[in-house]
Design a protein around this ligand. Structure first.
Ligand SMILES: CC(C)(COP(=O)(O)OP(=O)(O)OC[C@H]1O[C@@H](n2cnc3c(N)ncnc32)[C@H](O)[C@@H]1OP(=O)(O)O)[C@@H](O)C(=O)NCCC(=O)NCCS
Length: 224
């Protein structure tokens, strides 16, 4: 790591943060200098020989004019926890980095926002737009001119055709697929293997082929 590497603090210490640590350390220009967790949830003082500091103290210990952040939190509460921490970091004055795997295919005019994590084998075609705070786990196809709105979590091997729009904070399960031009409303949960041929309604859970909405589950992970 060169002395000039930009220094970042990872927000989170769980599984997603540990995976982010591995990828960012080995495959990015950034140097991770610390982890951070909200005081109420912080269980350790160090991780991978780096300090774990209270989120409430982050701007005192790692001032936003010298450090950037990456909020590495999964899709719990339909992405709301990651979103809240990202917005709090922004309000403290931080810029958030985005990580793009060196094994992702990203066409030259793709637009990627802040605090995004793009794993290996994603294909982002002509004029795709990925808004802030989106996680694209491995192997998704995002077709030309498609827009993934902020705070989404796209799991793995989803095929999103061209000219689609994926609504804010939505969760896409593994192997789901979207016909071209489909608009997914905000806060949707798309079950694994679901085929979406028509626009969806806000806040609904869809499963099957053809996709049908199911009653909202009490599944804590996807409740807002
Ligand atoms: C959609 C999902 C969230 C629903 O979970 P749930 O609310 O606990 O729903 P249940 O398991 O109680 O299933 C409710 C009904 O939908 C059906 N169903 C659930 N998921 C389905 C799926 N992916 N495809 C087809 N049918 C599905 C169930 O068979 C059940 O039908 P029934 O009432 O006729 O028996 C979940 O099944 C799912 O697909 N999660 C995503 C998994 C994933 O991609 N993980 C990657 C993590 S990175």
């Amino acid at each position: 790591m060169s002395d000039n590497a930009e220094k970042i603090v990872l927000v989170g210490t769980g599984e997603t943060a540990q995976i982010a640590y591995e990828y960012i350390s080995l495959d990015s220009p950034y140097e991770i200098v610390a982890f951070s967790e909200e005081r109420e949830f912080r269980k350790k003082d160090s991780l991978y020989e780096l300090p774990v500091v209270d989120f409430e103290q982050i701007d005192t210990l790692y001032p936003p004019d010298q450090y950037k952040v990456f909020v590495a939190v999964s899709y719990n509460k339909l992405n709301r926890i990651r979103t809240r921490l990202f917005l709090e970091a922004k309000s403290l004055g931080y810029s958030a980095i985005s990580y793009i795997s060196s094994h992702a295919f990203v066409w030259r005019n793709v637009d990627i926002g802040e605090n995004c994590f793009i794993f290996e084998n994603n294909v982002l075609q002509h004029k795709v737009k990925i808004e802030d705070n989106v996680i694209l786990w491995s192997g998704n196809h995002v077709g030309h001119q498609t827009r993934i709105k902020k705070n989404c979590y796209i799991s793995s091997h989803c095929v999103i055709s061209g000219y689609c729009e994926i609504g804010e904070s939505s969760f896409l399960g593994v192997n789901c697929c979207f016909n071209d031009g489909v608009i997914v409303a905000d806060d949707c949960v798309i079950g694994s293997g679901t085929v979406i041929r028509k626009n969806t309604k806000k806040g609904k859970v869809y499963v099957g082929n053809p996709a049908k909405p199911i009653p909202k589950s009490s599944y804590e992970t996807f409740s807002v």
